[in-house]
Design a protein. Structure first.
Length: 500
């Protein structure tokens, strides 16, 4: 490395802590910066100038690593632009670059740097299409949603809409940084970022994903098998991913996917190349990036494609349970009355079975004579699906079937922590409902969702990407399961599904 970071980090420990609290910005360490810079590959002539962008630079360790990488590749003319809003960090960056210039003074190297003490998200039209490399670890702060902030941001977007194709305001600053960096890159420019994995799926990031995959080629991704390893000194336990995108070029047929347990990249490091058709999929004007962490997840993505049906053409609808408990406090009770209506929540849904009892003190009921105050669901063979899974749960998806014979009430309350799946044209048959619930509980679907999303929340948009067996096949599966004397378990479900 061109400079020593251990001493810098000690001296500015308090400043780094303040920066973290204020901006949700967590600085990269030296091993991470060097690894990210290793993604840089250049096709330009060695005498040409390489322009590097570090947005939200922090202490600029990524910029230094990128400069070192370019020097190692034989480039002698390098120009760096850094954006940082903290004035004290600006002084640190400047002093370190002066140190680097002094170190390079005897070499035949021309290094220029420009430090901008301003918010990177304030659009600068002069920077469009001007960089060869953008290397970033952006702040993870959610976008402020006050009316004043929204109006101000809209004005920024409107001022540059003729120059930049910004489709919407995004929900997190890290996505805004990625989007603007992409705009500032020249043709074949490289965006290398470490961010949360969340942008790869989910409705909130739909517009950004569509822009990203339309305007660039996803060349490589790197995963960390431990959530705690990257920013552990900051107690950050989210799933992070390093990605490399190339602007303006056709998507490669193969995408590199590597993984390590932590930042010891020489230990437990694996790498493979997978077909882009396996990792990038389009569904109803949306695009998703799948990230299979193992062979079982990759196999699940491929295996599910053998089914030809989906929720739409099977006339199935997915809805969130209509009862919001905290808004219905005065209408709910754990004391059951003669005409109480069962309220089903997360704790009532187990694999294939809905368990609610008037004798269970922990089960909730809706007080009698409140049907007009709450939206209830008519009792039938409906499939219920937990919308959330505990982080330590061995299963991402848990689905069950309402058995009408188990309830005396004609109507049921369904909490908003559950999704309910029903048929639009008529009710499920008992066999169809159990077949669908079994399919959703399968290891195949569990592995599919783990590849699709790092979140433990099961979103409707992600469910809609599933390919499904036909109603006839689901009915056959449900019939076989209900005839099984020893009851339901994971092995039986997976065995029967494999026979479809």
């Amino acid at each position: 490395m061109l400079t020593d970071y251990s001493e810098i980090r000690k001296i500015h420990k308090k400043k780094f802590s303040e920066q973290k609290r204020a901006w949700c910005q967590f600085f990269s360490d030296e091993a991470l910066a060097t690894f990210m810079a290793s993604f840089i590959k250049l096709n330009k002539e060695e005498n040409q100038t390489i322009r590097i962008l570090d947005a939200g630079a922090g202490d600029a360790i990524l910029a230094y690593a990128a400069v070192q990488r370019c020097l190692d590749l034989g480039y002698k003319n390098i120009e760096v632009c850094l954006y940082e809003i903290d004035k004290d960090l600006i002084k640190l960056i400047d002093s370190n670059f002066k140190f680097i210039l002094k170190k390079l003074s005897k070499a035949k190297t021309r290094l220029k740097y420009h430090i901008f003490n301003k918010d990177f998200l304030n659009f600068d039209p002069q920077q469009i299409n001007s960089f060869d490399i953008a290397i970033i670890n952006p702040p993870f702060k959610k976008t402020r949603s006050s009316k004043q902030d929204t109006v101000a941001q809209n004005e920024v977007l409107q001022s540059c809409e003729q120059k930049i194709n910004k489709t919407s305001l995004y929900t997190n600053h890290y996505v805004d940084f990625m989007s603007l960096c992409l705009d500032y890159l020249n043709h074949s420019g490289q965006l290398i970022s470490i961010t949360p994995r969340s942008f790869t799926s989910g409705a909130y990031f739909k517009n950004f994903r569509n822009k990203l995959l339309k305007e660039s080629n996803l060349e490589a991704m790197h995963l960390f098998s431990s959530r705690k390893s990257i920013f552990k000194s900051n107690s950050i336990y989210q799933e992070n991913i390093i990605c490399k995108f190339i602007k303006g070029v056709k998507q490669n047929s193969l995408i590199s996917l590597s993984c390590s347990a932590d930042m010891d990249f020489n230990k437990s490091f694996t790498q493979k190349k997978l077909p882009n058709k396996l990792l990038i999929k389009s569904f109803v004007n949306d695009n998703f990036i799948f990230i299979p962490e193992n062979n079982a997840q990759a196999k699940a993505i491929k295996e599910l494609q053998k089914f030809e049906d989906g929720f739409d053409n099977l006339a199935l609808s997915i809805n969130t349970g209509p009862v919001v408990p905290f808004r219905a406090k005065g209408l709910l009770s754990k004391v059951k009355h003669k005409n109480s209506i069962p309220l089903l929540g997360l704790n009532n849904v187990e694999m294939l079975a809905v368990n609610w009892s008037e004798y269970n003190k922990n089960d909730w009921a809706i007080l009698p004579n409140t049907q007009e105050k709450l939206k209830l669901v008519k009792k039938s063979s409906i499939v219920l699906l937990r919308r959330f899974a505990p982080k330590d749960s061995p299963k991402r998806i848990i689905a069950a079937v309402i058995n009408p014979e188990d309830f005396n009430s004609d109507f049921l309350g369904i909490e908003n922590h559950l999704n309910l799946i029903s048929k639009n044209d008529r009710e499920f048959t008992k066999y169809q409902a159990y077949g669908l619930a079994a399919f959703l509980n399968s290891s195949l679907v569990d592995n599919y969702f783990r590849a699709l999303s790092g979140s433990t929340q099961i979103n409707k948009n992600e469910l809609l990407t599933l390919r499904l067996p036909s109603l006839k096949q689901l009915s056959q599966l449900g019939k076989k399961l209900l005839k099984k004397d020893e009851g339901f378990n994971q092995n039986i479900i997976d065995e029967f599904l494999g026979c479809l």
